[in-house]
Ligand binder design. Structure first.
Ligand SMILES: CC(C)(COP(=O)(O)OP(=O)(O)OC[C@H]1O[C@@H](n2cnc3c(N)ncnc32)[C@H](O)[C@@H]1OP(=O)(O)O)[C@@H](O)C(=O)NCCC(=O)NCCS
Length: 367
């Protein structure tokens, strides 16, 4: 019996903060692809099968666990070509799911830690499961999903601080429920990426900014969450959120290097700051009468020649370690005989850090 018959793929929108991690796959499962015990026989390793059959508690919990495992294995399989039974998803002592290979699949990684072993995160709500898998050592990932049809009477008083509630109060009434849920999902995604869930307390995940246009929610750690992850002091964590039908979805990916450095998708403002600083370096000896500003135009105001623009674009690509279609951009402005401001360049980079079509993060939906 095959269970993986109708998979469709949907890309994360350009500009979403899940870049620049091209090797990431997100799978959403809205229903069991076959009868649960048959699915368990098809996809679970012997160890996972034993765990599933002896799981205590309500049937709903066993079903969501299995659906979550199915989504996670689908996501891992899209990155590393292995049969599902050779991919084990095991909870660490705090409950965080971790991937390991078993059976013949053990040879796929040849020792741990290995970049071919993805980090995964799982969430389930109201019979739907979602899993995000990302390749790369030291990568942290968190995902959450909540149904808008779930009982949601006033949870804001406990979930959010007065500052956070004032972000919601500034929104139109009809948007509040969705955005309150997005903010909640953002906190859960960060808790999962940290690996301790929300054990540090709900207010230890402090929402500092909500960008409704891009869906990005910025979270800063406080108190107990900072104690769990001191490397994130002073960092703003960018969580991507979206609404899909009756669900709200959130995801975060960042890289946590062993030397303590943390790499995240930069905000548009950070991109602009970087561009202004890079422009300053490149044009150090050019003797401009006025300082370079966001509105400054490369060719007519700053005196760029084509090669200068190519040098700048190459530096940007190297800085963000992400290929972007600069050649097409330069050709387009040449054809249209128009100039390019630093602001527009920041928009371009911001969009393409989200993953250009064909190489970006993907959401696979299994129905
Ligand atoms: C971990 C936590 C964020 C999960 O949230 P949830 O809304 O209950 O459930 P979700 O469907 O969103 O996610 C469940 C999945 O999170 C993952 N998860 C559990 N603990 C995790 C951890 N420490 N780190 C990362 N992921 C974790 C698991 O994969 C789990 O699914 P599975 O057990 O079927 O594999 C939350 O339960 C938590 O923080 N728990 C610990 C503290 C607590 O209970 N606080 C009260 C919060 S109000």
């Amino acid at each position: 019996m095959a269970y993986d018959s109708s998979v469709t793929q949907m890309r994360m929108p350009a500009g979403c903060p899940l870049g620049p991690w091209p090797e990431s796959v997100c799978v959403r499962l809205d229903a069991f692809p076959c009868e649960p015990s048959a699915l368990a026989d098809l996809i679970l390793s012997p160890g996972e099968g034993k765990h599933w059959r002896s799981m205590p508690g309500v049937e709903k919990r066993r079903r969501e666990w299995l659906l979550g495992r199915c989504a996670a294995k689908e996501a891992v399989r899209a990155l590393v070509d292995l049969p599902p039974k050779e991919i084990e998803i095991v909870a660490d002592p705090y409950g965080r799911p971790q991937v390991r290979y078993c059976g013949a699949g053990v040879h796929a990684c040849g020792g741990s830690p290995d970049p071919r072993v993805p980090s995964v995160s799982i969430a389930h709500s109201q019979g739907t499961a979602v899993a995000l898998a990302v390749l790369g050592t030291d990568t942290r990932v968190g995902v959450d999903l909540e149904s808008l049809t779930h009982r949601l009477e006033d949870f804001e008083a406990i979930a959010f601080s007065p500052d956070e509630r004032s972000l919601l109060a500034a929104m139109q009434r009809d948007l509040r429920q969705e955005w309150a849920l997005r903010m909640w999902c953002a906190k859960e995604a960060v808790g999962k990426a940290l690996g301790r869930g929300l054990t540090a307390g709900l207010l230890a995940f402090h929402i500092t900014r909500v960008d409704r246009a891009s869906g990005t929610i910025e979270v800063a750690l406080r108190d107990g969450a900072l104690a769990q992850c001191p490397q994130l002091r002073g960092k703003s964590l960018h969580v991507y959120t979206a609404r899909e039908s009756d669900f709200v979805f959130s995801a975060i990916i960042y890289r946590h290097y062993r030397n303590g450095a943390v790499r995240m998708r930069p905000s548009r403002q950070e991109i602009l700051n970087y561009l202004l600083q890079k422009m300053g370096e490149l044009t150090e000896d050019w003797d401009y009468p006025d300082p370079v500003r966001a509105e400054s135009k490369l060719f007519t105001e700053l005196g760029f020649e084509s090669l200068d623009a190519v040098v700048l674009c190459t530096a940007i690509q190297e800085h963000y370690q992400t290929p972007m279609p600069f050649a097409e951009l330069l050709a387009e402005i040449g054809q249209q005989q128009r100039d390019l401001s630093i602001d527009e360049l920041a928009d371009f980079v911001n969009t393409h850090l989200g993953g250009p079509a064909g190489t970006g993060s993907a959401t696979r939906r299994v129905q």
